[in-house]
Write a protein that binds this ligand. Structure first.
Ligand code: HEM
Length: 190
């Protein structure tokens, strides 16, 4: 929501897609979700710049060398995906919020954890246990919130939008956003 509210051209394109696919006379239903390809790109880009679990932990089962560094057996290894998903060697304009980078290449950009430049759900044996559920819920909840309401930021508010780190990534200050109804019929909100 934060990136959406701070990127008016992304907002405009997402609303256009929702108007065309769902329409202002309807609420979002499950069958609409696969057709919302720009919304899918927004979610993927959000998980790139703000991965929910920024640090993956592993213990090396044997001694090895990674990127020229020797890692002894039984070392704790921390993989910083917040950083790798913003690596300028892998991403153009890595700090820019650009959902378009995920359009038209769904084979390459998925949550399988096989493309190490993009692993928001982790990778390998300990990859997130509920990717299909999390993916579906994210798309459905975000699509419904955006489609049902126009969202605005409070006037004149200057906030610190940076991430803070812990087990999960959070924005430094909580987001305040003001919704107003946008559907054609008030009964659709019941
Ligand atoms: C957008 C939502 C979510 C994201 C981005 C996410 C991301 C992650 C990540 C990065 C890991 C670590 C993977 C690794 O070390 O390779 C993980 C592990 C895990 N996640 Fe999620 N997660 C999400 C939602 C959920 C939800 C809703 C649940 C439970 C209802 C869940 C359950 C788990 C479990 C059980 C593990 C540990 C798997 C294991 O160690 O074998 N996740 N998740």
């Amino acid at each position: 929501m934060d990136e959406f509210l701070h990127n008016p051209e992304v907002m405009e394109r997402a609303y256009k897609e929702l108007n065309e696919v769902v329409g202002l006379n309807n609420v979002v239903e499950e069958f609409h979700i696969p057709k919302l390809v720009y919304l899918d790109a927004i979610i993927k880009e959000t998980l790139r710049v703000h991965p929910i679990g920024p640090l993956l932990l592993r213990i090396s089962s044997q001694s090895c060398t990674v990127g020229g560094y020797s890692i002894p057996k039984d070392s704790t290894v921390i993989v910083n995906i917040w950083s790798t998903q913003r690596d300028p060697l892998a991403w153009d304009n890595p700090s820019e919020f650009m959902p378009e980078r995920f359009l038209g290449n769904s084979e390459k950009w998925n949550f399988s954890g096989n493309n190490f430049t993009y692993i928001p759900f982790g990778s390998g044996r300990r990859i997130c246990a509920v990717i299909p559920l999390a993916d579906r819920m994210l798309r459905y909840v975000l699509a419904s919130l955006l489609h049902s309401f126009d969202w605005k930021l409070p006037k004149g508010e200057i906030v610190d939008r940076q991430d803070i780190f812990g087990i999960v990534t959070k924005r430094r200050t909580p987001l305040v956003a003001i919704p107003s109804p946008r559907l054609s019929d008030k009964n659709l909100y019941v």
